[in-house]
Design a protein around this ligand. Structure first.
Ligand code: 2M8
Ligand code: MG
Ligand code: MG
Length: 263
């Protein structure tokens, strides 16, 4: 079994980013040595810190499917065919931050966008309720630009413009994100699953947990998609039939559905 999980609003509560409500599920995951693959909009710097707190060392997918990071020597694997990067083997699906920022800088005025690259740590703290230390980690982008927009009615037009530049806009719990056209959580999850299948030479059953629009491609690429109730008490709309839904929000919902559906 392989578990892919979104972080904000799923493993972590939307408002205070706590994961204590899912400790029971996390213990079960650790006991059974089930790989828990963080699949998030967050940065590498944020994920490294969270993995330490949770107490796991596993591959992870950052910035909306931009890249898969596999710790060097993970499960004794050589992974010679993969590129090496800061103690990790990495597969890149997205573009470099600089390429994304070129588009952002060209059109920010016209569309009334304000992105993380131009926000101070204080502004990020204000918009996210993160403390200083965590806001700093969130600002360390490698591949994608989270942003707010004055008039959300302009997103449609921005979306088609972005596409003509080989980019796209997706949406998390608080922000829009400017990402590469060829990346999303689904592409990364599919590739990760294929890799695990090849490495361990057996079929794996996959689970995917998420709460937002940017999780839909992940839902479409796992055997068992599970929607976590969002902080407004609603479920993101998808065309996937008979999709599982948690009865609790955030971390408690993750806990509930891991215990009932994975094990
Ligand atoms: C951003 O991501 C969340 C994901 O749902 C959002 O769009 O609301 C990211 O920039 C991430 O790095 C950051 O930690 C998070 C904080 O809420 O916001
Ligand atoms: Mg989320
Ligand atoms: Mg069961």
């Amino acid at each position: 079994k392989l578990i892919f999980t979104d972080l904000d609003g799923t493993l972590l509560n939307h408002d205070d980013y706590s994961f204590e409500p899912s400790l029971q599920a996390l213990n079960k995951i650790k006991e059974t040595q089930t790989p828990l693959i963080f699949t998030t909009s967050k940065t590498k710097a944020e994920v490294i810190q969270l993995q330490k707190k949770v107490g796991i060392i596993e591959p992870y997918i950052t910035e909306n499917g931009a890249a898969l990071f596999i710790p060097k020597g993970y499960q004794g694997l050589a992974l010679e065919e993969l590129e090496e990067y800061e103690g990790y083997k990495i597969i890149l699906f997205g573009k470099r931050y600089r390429d994304i920022l070129n588009f952002y800088e060209k059109y920010k005025k016209e569309f009334g966008m304000k992105g993380f690259s131009e926000m101070s740590i204080d502004e990020i703290m204000e918009l996210t309720q993160l403390d200083y230390e965590h806001a700093e980690l969130a600002k360390q982008r490698d591949f994608t630009e989270p942003f707010v927009i004055e008039d959300p009615a302009k997103i449609k037009e921005l979306q088609s413009l972005a596409q003509s530049y080989g980019l796209q806009v997706t949406q998390g719990g608080r922000f829009y994100h400017l990402i590469a056209k060829e990346q999303d959580k689904g592409v990364a999850v599919k590739e990760t699953t294929r890799l695990f299948q090849k490495l361990f030479n057996e079929d794996v059953e996959t689970f995917g947990f998420g709460d937002s629009y940017n999780d839909i491609p992940m839902f479409k690429n796992v055997d068992n998609p599970i929607i976590i109730q969002n902080h407004c008490g609603r479920y993101v709309t998808t065309d996937i039939e008979n999709i599982e839904k948690s009865t609790y929000q955030g971390s408690a919902g993750f806990n509930e559905k891991v215990l009932s559906d994975v094990f």
